[in-house]
Design a protein around this ligand. Structure first.
Ligand code: ADP
Length: 548
């Protein structure tokens, strides 16, 4: 049967529309940034759009055209936001680079992406100077500052951002871009093998932005003030820089200062209502709030993602500080999150402790997202809350392939379009997903699987534990045994037997670790998660330190 075409206009879903909308209807809504140079910078959507148009002229003058890749290595700040819009606006691809990646990885991804320009924040100039000779595709480096703050630099063709855009007109005639065109690029942090490029289409970014503006998700509105702690250099700060203009919300960009005191100062002075970040950041904030007897007086929603939210953390925010949380699961390949824990009334009206059970799960799939778990043979498992298997997802903001990497694409995406995530999970009959572990972090002891995430979350509930990590330690009898690593809170004196006795009341005997290692610092990955590979190297290849 031939298709009867609908008779509606085909206005393309492209990201520049979001900023145009905000500039038109929320022109005086503020964007506040803690600048790398020091002072707080304030302007509004109208000014942001005017400067974005100047930047678009500058990009065009440098020869940037449709499909070109332009890289950024920068904190959350207003210039970065302008790049977020101007680059895809001219049809190019904004490639955000995580500065915490190893230098070799940055070289690999810039060369793999064939970035033509690199915009760099002052902080990262020395980092880029060290590797610049190997960034063969980069024609010019733009330092994101004004003339007065330009450093002496060995970077070839170094330009200052402000000088670049200064004399350009404040209106730009945007080209018509196909919504399926790539608009952004981000590489996974490559814990195994080389980083893989996830190439977001303009359409996927737009659909994602609309989805997070729904009330069940973040529900950004003109009454909100939103501070993304999650960095704009990794998975575009979970889409917040796109969702906020769409909702007409104020944006507060924290720059380089991500310590709890600096964040708290902005939360209060800018009357922040919504924030988002990884558990590591929130653990430090809770500690700060408690030690200084502070409250979050304007916050209506705090999002936790990127790693499992420990029950004790959810409880602290919800009960002790009265801040509702939303917990979501996602990965670079899923644009931001594919699930979130906005509870249905059936769960939300349960007694507090039971309700908390659901809030610490990773939530239900968002509309448009298909989600399932499969066994080792690839067969679908039942959604019974018990059967655990690899989590697979599919939908309009999920990667369908990796950029210029056929082998990795083939390995991760199957013929029916499902992305195999490498995470092990259960799904209950109501659709709540619970991540059991990353496949490679599960511990197999005496033939039984033990979840490192479970143990970590439980250990975090022990008074005085600031952070916990569990890794598999090879064991001649059991194959592997869980090893618990604990960072005590400031000034806390903890005893291993007390923690182990506490865990013994919570999990099966087999899952109780045999030993605890106390560390003053637990290493983190470029995305702020516990660096388990490094921990394994540090503790298992140097057993002198593994006493406890
Ligand atoms: P990378 O893989 O580069 O570390 P990603 O941001 O892509 O960075 O990480 C995605 C992974 O993070 C997921 O596959 C999952 O293992 C973990 N993750 C993300 N959110 C959660 C969550 N809410 N609970 C448990 N694990 C999570």
């Amino acid at each position: 049967m031939p298709v009867l075409p609908g008779l509606m206009m085909e206005a393309p879903l492209v990201t520049i529309t979001l900023l145009q909308y905000a500039a038109r209807y929320h022109p005086t809504t503020e964007i506040v940034s803690r600048s790398v140079e020091g002072p707080i910078h304030r302007y509004d959507y109208a000014r942001c759009y005017a400067r974005t148009q100047q930047l678009a002229h500058a990009l065009s003058a440098l020869g940037i055209a449709e499909g070109d890749r332009v890289a950024t290595i920068a904190w959350n700040g207003y210039r970065h936001l302008e790049l977020y819009y101007a680059i895809p606006g001219v049809g190019a691809v904004c490639h955000t680079i995580n500065p915490r990646l190893h230098g070799d990885q940055i070289i690999y991804i810039v060369n793999h992406a064939q970035d033509r320009l690199l915009f760099v924040d002052l902080t990262f100039v020395p980092l880029i100077e060290r590797i610049a000779p190997q960034l063969t595709s980069v024609e010019a480096f733009v330092i994101m500052t004004d003339r007065a703050h330009m450093p002496k630099t060995s970077l070839r063709n170094a330009l200052s951002y402000e000088e670049l855009i200064a004399s350009k007109p404040e209106t730009f005639d945007w080209p018509e871009i196909d919504e399926r065109a790539a608009g952004a690029l981000c590489y996974t942090s490559g814990t195994t093998g080389n980083p893989k490029g996830v190439l977001y289409s303009q359409r996927s970014l737009m659909i994602y932005a609309m989805n997070i503006c729904m009330r069940r998700s973040f529900g950004y509105a003109a009454t909100d003030s939103v501070l993304p702690v999650v960095p704009m250099f990794h998975v575009h700060a979970w889409g917040i820089p796109f969702g906020c203009p769409l909702g007409g919300a104020k944006l507060v960009l924290p720059g380089a200062k991500l310590d709890p005191e600096s964040l708290y100062e902005l939360f209060e002075s800018e009357e922040v209502t919504v924030t988002a970040g990884v558990p590591t950041i929130w653990a430090a904030l809770i500690d700060y709030l408690r030690r200084n007897d502070k409250r979050l007086t304007t916050m209506r929603l705090l999002a936790i993602g990127g790693a499992a939210a420990p029950r004790a953390m959810v409880d602290a925010f919800e009960r002790e500080f009265g801040v509702p949380i939303v917990h979501g699961w996602g990965m670079t390949e899923t644009t931001g999150s594919a699930t979130d824990t906005s509870l249905a009334p059936l769960e939300a009206n349960l007694p507090y402790e039971q309700c908390l059970n659901f809030k610490t799960k990773q939530g239900r799939g968002r509309c448009f997202i298909d989600i399932k778990v499969i066994d080792e043979e690839g067969r679908d498992l039942p959604c019974d809350g018990k059967s655990s298997g690899e989590l697979c997802v599919r939908g309009p903001w999920i990667a369908s392939a990796y950029y210029k990497d056929e082998a990795a694409s083939k390995a991760a995406i199957d013929a029916k379009g499902w992305l195999h995530t490498g995470d092990v999970a259960t799904i209950d009959p109501r659709g709540y997903v619970q991540i059991v572990d990353r496949r490679k972090d599960m511990i197999k002891s005496g033939g039984e699987w033990i979840s490192s995430i479970d143990l970590e979350n439980l250990a975090c509930a022990f008074p005085g534990v600031a952070e916990a990590a569990v890794i598999a330690k090879p064991d001649p009898r059991w194959g592997e045994r869980p090893l618990l690593v604990v960072r005590p809170g400031e000034g806390k004196n903890l005893a291993a037997p007390d923690i182990l006795a506490f865990l013994a009341t919570k999990v099966a005997k087999l899952a109780v670790p045999d030993e605890v290692v106390f560390l003053q610092e637990i290493p983190h990955t470029a995305t702020g998660k516990i660096a388990k590979r490094l921990l394994r190297q540090q503790l298992l290849e140097n057993p002198r330190r593994a006493a406890g």
